[in-house]
Design a protein around this ligand. Structure first.
Ligand code: AMP
Ligand code: MG
Length: 487
């Protein structure tokens, strides 16, 4: 494996170098062998990864450090944050020539720990492990995880829990909040830092008339694409603070996230978000707000590039909404099996989503039924409508849908295959993760392994692996799985 620890070579005010504080008696949780292969990381013995993930062994060539960053949390300036319980262990070049960060989470106190204990608990580590894997397999830009370990280290949350660690892999851990930290605490470092980010992650911007504006534009476009992908699959991040959004658009920091079951635009999975700021339907506008905060951080670069002005940065920000809509429409036309430039796709999909909302239907299953030999799937959906009136509305929808299908000129086979590639069968429903967590807390990791395998190919039916709970929304009379910021 080839290391390239370039962050460790930046201005030393930006981080604090330190070794991990190991966990006691680590126990192997699960390991993502395909990711190890992609990283070209070979282990001599099968379980050699365990002491590394427990922080007991730091491989040669690694240069662990905690990054400083700041951010706006729930709309308020939160001051210095930073890696309070994780360390960037190393940066490596993977098999595709791509720079990847190896970040170990749960390895003790750092100068950025504030009131925290520097640890992570098994429950939240498994949630992050499965979510990064699920999004990656869905083709959504995301951090992924090489593996996780449990341990006998006690960690106090609402109750005493097991300490655990995971090794997160992402193309970057640089957050929008890194720029906020620099402007507040080391403003003279901003030009060099920005140049380094462009060099590492946005090389194509280097030749632009204004590399900084091109970089800003690229960050906007990447974020718009990721948020559109979240909306299409029903993913709610839960804590879209500026310190939790990466500059490369990769989904980071899985806390109180959720995959929506019954379609409900105001759905909030995070029980700590009392005001509902981060509900599913707000995600695009929150991303816009975060990017507005971030672009403001680039303004001081006017001293090194006069093209960077309030006006030019505003112009960049104004591309977010059309870019988001473009990506969302593109994705939605695939979900509906229609051509991307066809008129009426967005309106028709909104009608469908409103039907799902009023009839409390499952987002994932309903889109899948829409492609299910059309007539059969449509009949099932119609039967799930709660009243005659709703059935009639569904009939109006299918009549319009039929018209668009005819206009598309696509064959049934083409349409079905397009839809089956865009509409997953399996998503990480809260109760799926919860069952895997409960078994793991009792020492049995086999359910984590099963769910991991199931979610590796979410568009393919896996009769032999699937259980009824994998494809059914939680019943309304079941108490919801409570997910909060506690992790
Ligand atoms: P999060 O809400 O997980 O995105 O974390 C926000 C900030 O709190 C980041 O700076 C984290 O590093 C820090 N943090 C969260 N949990 C802990 C913990 N248990 N110990 C130390 N720092 C933490
Ligand atoms: Mg965070």
């Amino acid at each position: 494996m080839k290391t390239d620890n370039r962050y460790a070579r930046l201005d030393s005010r930006l981080f604090h170098k330190q070794p991990p504080e190991p966990l006691s008696n680590p126990i192997a949780g699960h390991f993502n062998a395909a990711l190890a292969e992609q990283l070209d990381w070979q282990f001599t013995d099968a379980n050699d990864w365990v002491p590394i993930l427990a922080g007991q062994v730091v491989p040669e060539g690694f240069d662990p450090l905690a990054m400083a960053y700041a951010g706006h949390q729930f709309g308020q300036w939160a001051g210095q944050l930073g890696d309070g319980r994780g360390l960037l262990l190393a940066q490596i070049i993977d098999k595709n020539g791509q720079l990847q960060d190896l970040h170990l989470k749960g390895v003790g106190l750092t100068p950025y720990s504030r009131m925290g204990d520097g640890r992570a608990v098994l429950r939240s580590v498994i949630r992050e492990y499965l979510a990064g894997h699920a999004l990656t397999a869905l083709g959504i830009a995301s951090s992924n995880t090489l593996g996780f370990v449990s341990s006998s280290t006690p960690v106090q949350r609402e109750k005493l829990e097991r300490g655990a660690c995971l090794l997160r892999v992402a193309d970057s851990h640089v957050r929008l909040g890194h720029f906020e930290w620099i402007n507040k605490f080391a403003p003279d470092a901003l030009p060099d830092f920005t140049t380094a980010m462009i060099e590492s992650y946005f090389t194509e911007c280097q030749s632009a008339e204004s590399p900084i504006l091109a970089f800003a534009q690229a960050v906007i476009a990447k974020t718009a694409k990721t948020i559109a992908d979240w909306q299409l699959v029903g993913f709610a991040h839960g804590v879209m603070n500026t310190d939790n959004l990466s500059i490369t658009g990769s989904t980071l920091d899985f806390g109180p996230y959720g995959f929506m079951e019954r379609f409900e635009p105001t759905w909030i999975n995070n029980h700590s978000d009392h005001s509902g700021r981060y509900v599913y339907q707000n995600q695009p506008s929150i991303a816009h707000w975060n990017l507005w905060v971030w672009l403001g951080q680039l303004l001081p670069l006017n001293t090194v590039d006069p093209l960077v002005t309030k006006e030019s940065l505003s112009a960049v920000l104004s591309t977010f909404e059309p870019e988001f809509l473009h990506q969302y429409t593109l994705g939605m036309s695939k979900k509906m099996g229609l051509n991307e430039d066809q008129k009426g796709v967005l309106e028709l999909s909104s009608d469908f989503l409103r039907i799902l909302e009023r009839n409390r239907l499952d987002l994932t299953n309903s889109f899948r039924l829409l492609s299910d030999d059309s007539e059969q799937g449509w009949r099932l959906l119609r039967l799930e409508c709660i009243s005659i009136e709703e059935m009639e509305k569904f009939d109006t929808f299918t009549a319009q849908y039929q018209t668009l299908i005819s206009e598309s000129g696509l064959s049934d086979t083409q349409r079905k295959s397009m839809m089956d590639d865009a509409n997953p069968i399996y998503v990480l429903r809260n109760h799926i993760a919860q069952t895997a967590i409960e078994r793991a807390e009792a020492g049995d990791f086999s359910e984590v392994a099963r769910v991991f395998d199931l979610l590796a190919t979410p568009f393919t039916r896996q009769i032999e692996r699937e259980t009824p709970a994998d494809i059914a929304p939680m019943s309304d009379d079941h108490p919801p799985v409570s997910v909060s910021c506690s992790s």
